[in-house]
Write a protein that binds this ligand. Structure first.
Ligand code: HEC
Length: 170
């Protein structure tokens, strides 16, 4: 009897953890550390929240570029500013994932544990992003429409490449 109810509690716990992982930027205060059973490290949660916001800023900058390219007369200043921002952020993304921010520790994040389980694959996804972001910025500063179009495709592939393996599906 007691072993049955503890199995039910465990499965409820797993369901609650999935819900928390799927939510974005929540406070996560009802989560608990699955490894220690203790509370989630508040500093780690803050790092995860900050990187989530930084990713949203990258998403906003990328949207600016795509919107301008679809506009009749693109605002190239806006494109250049956004591309420079993405390149600058791309050199920092590799530092945004300290191991204490893994969801296995109860941190509320859309980052998958595979980041820490497959560090070399993650590092190469970061590297692909850095390369694509540098190419994007070079193309944006040059203002050449064809190279910009192909650089936008390249960066879109680099975002997707990382999200496919290392971020919760939306
Ligand atoms: C090296 C891996 C990696 C790369 C490259 C990357 N992302 Fe992300 N992204 C993530 C991870 C992991 C998260 C989840 C972060 C969290 O919740 O802690 C995320 C979250 C996001 C989010 C917020 C969640 C959402 O779905 O609203 C947006 C927006 C986003 N990324 C956009 C982009 C865009 C646009 C690019 C490319 C210009 C990009 N990302 C490149 C790994 C990456």
């Amino acid at each position: 009897m007691s072993s049955t109810s503890s199995a039910i509690l465990k499965s409820l716990g797993a369901g609650a953890a999935l819900v928390l992982i799927a939510s974005c930027g929540g406070s996560g205060d009802s989560a608990s550390n699955e490894q220690t059973g203790g509370p989630v490290d508040a500093a780690a949660q803050e790092i995860a929240d900050t990187r989530h916001e930084a990713m949203e800023d990258i998403g906003g900058a990328f949207k600016t570029i795509r919107d301008q390219m679809n506009a009749g007369s693109p605002d190239m200043d806006a494109v250049r500013t956004a591309a420079a921002f993405i390149e600058e952020q791309s050199t920092q993304v590799g530092d945004w994932f300290p191991p204490e921010t893994s969801p296995v520790l109860g941190v509320d994040t859309e980052a998958l544990a595979t980041i820490w389980e497959q560090p070399e694959e993650f590092a190469s996804a970061v590297e692909r992003f850095e390369t694509a972001a540098a190419a994007l910025n070079t193309a944006a500063q040059s203002g050449d429409a064809d190279s910009l179009a192909s650089a936008v495709q390249g960066i879109g592939g680099a975002c997707k490449n990382c999200h496919d393996s290392f971020r919760v599906d939306d």
